[in-house]
Design a protein around this ligand. Structure first.
Ligand SMILES: [Zn+2]
Length: 136
């Protein structure tokens, strides 16, 4: 992955974090998702009073998929609430579908660790191709 694109994704994830609606957790997170065609979608975490929420990664994926994108190259995730790299939660790891691609997990100082989706979710649930499909 080109370092220029990595830096751009990190920068966009930091910007997206500013829109986080997280007054219950006070844990803003931003994400920037690079689609296969070069389009970038950003996302932030969104919470509500009933304590349900969607994560920044899920917001970015939802925006991309709802615009017709299902092939991805990378996602950057940022937060300033931990000194360690911010890493996707369990449900988000399952959300990062569509093959094996890069997850850029940042620290507040903008340094990062990059791993593949398959490394973050080994043995993730995949549809069994031998199960009967929906009725036609
Ligand atoms: Zn999550």
């Amino acid at each position: 992955m080109d370092e220029t694109i990595i830096k751009e994704l990190i920068s966009k994830s930091v910007s997206a974090k500013k829109h986080a609606y997280c007054k219950y957790s006070n844990f803003p997170v931003g994400a920037a998702l690079l689609c296969e065609d070069g389009t970038i979608y950003t996302g932030c975490n969104i919470e509500n009073v009933a304590y349900s929420s969607i994560c920044a990664e899920q917001t970015a994926i939802a925006k991309a998929v709802s615009e017709g994108h299902t092939k991805f190259k990378a996602i950057a995730v940022s937060s300033n609430q931990t000194e360690n790299v911010i890493s996707p939660c369990g449900p988000c790891r399952q959300y990062l579908f569509g093959g094996d691609w890069d997850v850029i997990m940042t620290k507040p100082d903008m340094t990062y660790t990059m791993m593949k989706t398959s490394e973050l979710l080994p043995l993730g649930f995949v549809q069994n191709p031998f199960l009967p499909t929906a009725k036609k």
